[in-house]
Design a protein around this ligand. Sequence first.
Ligand SMILES: [Zn+2]
Length: 381
Amino acid sequence: MTYRRLDIPLPSPAPGVSLNLLAHQFGNRTNGRSAYLHAGLHADEHPGLLVLQNLLDKLQKLDAAGAISGLVTVVPYANPIGMSQRLFGPIAGRFDFENGENFNRNFPLLNDHVDAHIAKARGRTITRDEWRTTFAQTLAGLPATSPTQTMKLELAKLSVQHDIVLDLHCDTDCIAHIYASELQLDRATALARTMAAPVVLIEPRDAGGGAFDQVHSSAWGTVQAAGLLSQAESGFSASIELRGQADVNDELAESDSTNLLRFLASENLLTLETPPANDADALPVAVFPLEGASHVQCPCAGIIVYRKAPGDRVRVGEVVAEIVRLDGSGFNERVPVLSTVDGQMIVRQLQKLVRPGQRAALLAGERPVRGMDKGSLLLDF
Ligand SMILES: [Zn+2]
C-alpha cells in the first residue's frame, strides 16, 4: 500500500472557523508519470464530487493490488470556501462572496517565467523534474494573504508538479464536454472519447482568464511551444464538464470514474485488469474552436422554453428557444431566441425564469465568431 493523506491548512476566515484542503495520494513517481484530479472548484457543481469518491474507492483497491505504477493525487473538494457560501438556503459557490471574483479565474500564469528560464539555460537541456521544481518554486514565491488567494495558490502549486491535471466541473444543463489547449489536441480528443464526451472546445494559448487548468497549460505549454518537449512528453491539463448540475447519481459516477481510470491507464499511471478498450471506432468527437463559442443572450424577461436540446445541431437563424413573456399584451406571447452560429448546442439553462442579457445557451460554432476578444474568451458567468 502506498496511500498517504495530505492536509493543507488555509488561513482561518473568522475566529473559531478552520479551513483546509485535503489530498489523497496513491503510488509514487518512480515511473515518471503523475496525475492530479480535483472537483468542485465551482462549489455549486457537484457531479465531480461524487465521481471522485467513487474513483478513490477504486484507487484504493488498485493500490492494494499493486496496480498503480505512477503517482495519482486526488483533491476531493477544491473549494471549501465556496462550499460554505449559502444565501438563504442554496449554495452560491461560483463567485467569491469576498469580492465577486469567479473562483476559476485569475490563477497565476507562468508563460513569462518559463520564457525567462529557457533564456537563462542558454541551450542546456532542462529535465522534466527540473521543470516541475521550477514551476512549484515560482508559485511558492508568489504572495497570498486571504483564504481564497491561499487556496488557489495551494491548488496551483500541488497540481502543476503533475504531468496530467484534470479539473472536474459541470454546467447548468448540458452534454459532457472538455476544454483543453490547442497544443494538446490529440490527448484532449482521446480523453473525450474515453469519457464519452462528444465535444471538445479547443483554447488558443492566449485565451486569457487565468482558469485553473491554464496554470498548468501556461507552464508546460510554453516549454512545448518552445520545441523543448513533444506533445506526448509535455504536460496535459483539461477541464471536464460532467454534464449538468442535476446530473449527480451513482450510475454516472460509476461510469465516469471507470472512464477516468481507463484514461489514467492509457497514460501508463496504472494497470487495469480489463485493459482500456480500443476507442478508435467509439463515439465520434466534434472539435470546436473556443473562438467559435457563442453565448446567446435572452432578449427579454420571461419563461424560456427550449426548441433545441444539448447535443442538437443548430444553424444560423434557427430558433433554439422561445421566451414566453408574462407581461405582454397577448397571452402565451413568445419571443424567439435565434442561433448565431452553425454548430451544436452545448449548454442551456436549468432554471427557466430568465432576464434580458442572461445566457440562453452556449452554442459551439464551427468558425470563430467575429469580434471575440482573444484575451477574454472565457465567460465569467
Ligand atoms: Zn465550473
